[in-house]
Design a protein around this ligand. Structure first.
Ligand SMILES: [Cu+2]
Length: 234
């Protein structure tokens, strides 16, 4: 095992209290990745939204911090009198493996959520200049969006470069729109862009340069005007 070669780490003895901190942090990091991966599946989808403003990513941080705190207190109380709880090399490898697991799951969740969008995008000829596209910005219209107070567009605020393509995917069963403006009473409503009604599973893609102006642009759903999102072009 020459993962961490000749640093003398295997001769450094670790006390129970230090081991407790490393174990708790490692498991919480792995949990953060796993929660990121399962964030779209039941029952995690609902558990991960402890309250609306926190949404899913807030829930992922909340629960991994709770795991970290509870584990640390428990392990510290159990191990604090232990003078020798292994050596530093062992715990460093444990930490790196947990970090790898967490990162792997987080990475897999990115591929999982974006791959279908990208595949569908490249097979459609709806937008010109797809060869020039350097980045893809993806926004999901979440299941349950039609219920007022539920998170709707995720992420609700996105930043896109001028040469990127922004794609909205309706994951909900109800139809929704992506319409520029602040609401149905906005005289500029739909002037910059309007997806029209998007049924379940339907996508709407738009090159960011079609918006033209740099800066912040609000949009909403004509059918459910409480659904609001924002794009910043920079
Ligand atoms: Cu809607």
């Amino acid at each position: 095992m020459s993962l961490i070669p000749s640093l003398g780490l295997s001769t450094v003895k670790v006390s129970g209290a230090v081991a407790a901190a490393i174990i708790a942090a490692s498991i919480a990091l792995a949990a953060m990745g796993v929660l990121t991966y399962v964030r779209k599946t039941e029952p995690f989808k609902t558990w991960l939204v402890p309250y609306t403003p926190a949404a899913q990513y807030g829930g992922i941080f909340l629960y991994s911090n709770v795991i970290w705190g509870v584990l640390w207190v428990g392990l510290f109380l159990g191990l604090r009198h232990k003078q020798n709880a292994g050596n530093l090399k062992t715990w460093l490898i444990f930490f790196l493996v947990s970090l790898g697991i967490g990162t792997g799951f987080a990475e897999a969740s990115l591929n999982w959520s974006q791959l279908p969008t990208m595949m569908q995008f490249s097979s459609s000829s709806a937008t010109e200049s797809s060869s020039e596209t350097t980045s893809e910005v993806s926004v999901t219209i979440l299941k349950g969006s039609s219920i007022q107070g539920s998170p709707a567009y995720a992420p609700s605020i996105v930043t896109a470069s001028k040469d990127s393509t922004i794609t909205w995917v309706n994951d909900d069963v109800a139809p929704h729109t992506v319409t520029s403006g602040t609401g149905t009473d906005d005289p500029q409503s739909g002037k910059l862009f309007d997806s029209g009604s998007l049924g379940q599973g339907k996508k709407f893609s738009m090159p960011a340069k079609h918006i033209g102006a740099m800066g912040e642009h609000g949009y909403y759903c004509i059918i459910h005007p409480f659904m609001k999102g924002k794009i910043t072009i920079q």
